[in-house]
Design a protein around this ligand. Structure first.
Ligand code: ADP
Ligand code: MG
Length: 317
């Protein structure tokens, strides 16, 4: 049976929510009633954030709230979907109203930006863990999938890579995190507008959550192709260049995750269309090409093979 404290927390959440016309019934019943638009496919994603695994201890609750939704919107973005609704499962060590209020500050700031309605969830006691589902829409046949990359396609990535990994490296080394690197770790920007704009242009897409090499390998496997990655072409932010020694950059940019940029393939004949789709959203950079075969081969600027020290985060590795 639910303790009264649980209902107090749910009431706190409920009182801060904005509605949407397509939410027939939101928080308060046994389940939400939603009215998806006619002629669209429903896209559903779920991601969990566990303390110490997905965010460093001591991360501000508002940042945890932002990130919990951001990683889910990033999955929708990688499908080219327009986000609409989400649900939130909160596992908390105790009924900490202050935590929930601050968590919602970050969570709802991002939800409002994208017009996403929180329509339900679950609140339980346990080790700090947050699970979110996000729901969105695509036109039938228009979703960006992992299995559509074709030999000869260009490979692209949005934004810059390595910032989050650089912040985590500073943190693991016991030092202070650079503020702008830390902002990328704590408050990743889901590339929702870019994802939607790439429908009909990109042949395959994935969001970079586990590390570019690992995520690109998923695309290759699903598409039955290989990829050549120009590791020295990976876009880097000024903060990354200022904070990371030259010999450590490739590994952080190609091997580590948490950037939540979009990596996608598109026919070489559609370069102008890709640039036009990205305009107004985020910069995009060509980082390689799709080739016959399998797996990802990374090369440096001299064309020499480059071997990464690690290929992405594995939960049970
Ligand atoms: P039940 O016991 O039927 O699962 P709950 O007490 O878990 O009901 O939830 C009551 C209502 O509050 C439901 O509409 C549920 O979706 C909503 N809810 C519970 N926890 C959350 C949460 N963390 N965020 C949003 N909605 C929540
Ligand atoms: Mg419940």
């Amino acid at each position: 049976m639910a303790a009264p404290a649980e209902f107090d927390l749910i009431a706190r959440i409920r009182e801060r929510l904005a509605g949407r016309d397509d939410v027939v019934l939101g928080i308060g019943d046994d389940a939400a009633l939603l009215a998806p638009p006619a002629g669209r496919q429903l896209v559903v994603a779920m991601d969990t954030l566990n303390a110490d695994v997905h965010f460093p201890e001591g991360t501000a609750p508002a940042d945890i709230g932002w990130k919990a939704l951001a990683v889910n919107l990033s999955d929708l973005a990688a499908m080219g979907a327009e986000p609409a609704w989400c649900t939130l499962s909160l596992s908390l060590p105790n009924a900490d109203a202050g935590f929930v209020d601050a968590f919602l500050d970050g969570f709802l700031a991002l939800a409002t930006t994208h017009g996403v309605a929180l329509v339900g969830g679950d609140t339980t006691r346990g080790p700090l863990s947050i699970c979110v589902t996000a729901h969105g829409f695509v036109l039938p046949g228009q979703a960006l999938r992992r299995d559509g990359a074709c030999v000869g396609d260009d490979l692209w990535v949005s934004g810059t890579l390595g910032d989050a990994a650089a912040a985590l490296a500073q943190w693991s080394a016991g030092g202070d995190m650079d503020a702008s690197l830390r902002a990328r770790l704590d408050r990743p920007t889901p590339r929702v507008g870019l994802g939607a704009a790439l429908c009909g242009i990109a042949t395959a897409c994935i969001d970079v959550s586990d590390g570019l090499l690992a995520d690109l390998a998923h695309v290759c496997r699903a598409s039955g192709v290989g990829a050549e990655l120009d590791v020295d072409a990976l876009p880097a932010s000024p903060a990354f260049i200022a904070n990371v020694a030259a010999d450590a950059r490739r590994a952080l940019q190609a091997g580590c995750g948490d950037d939540y940029e979009l990596c996608f393939s598109a026919p070489a004949s559609r370069r102008a269309a890709v640039e036009a789709a990205a305009a107004g959203h985020v910069q995009v950079t060509r980082i390689g090409r799709i080739v016959a075969g399998g797996g990802v081969a990374a090369r440096d600027e001299r064309g020499e093979p480059w071997e990464p020290p690690a290929t992405g985060y594995q939960h049970f590795g």
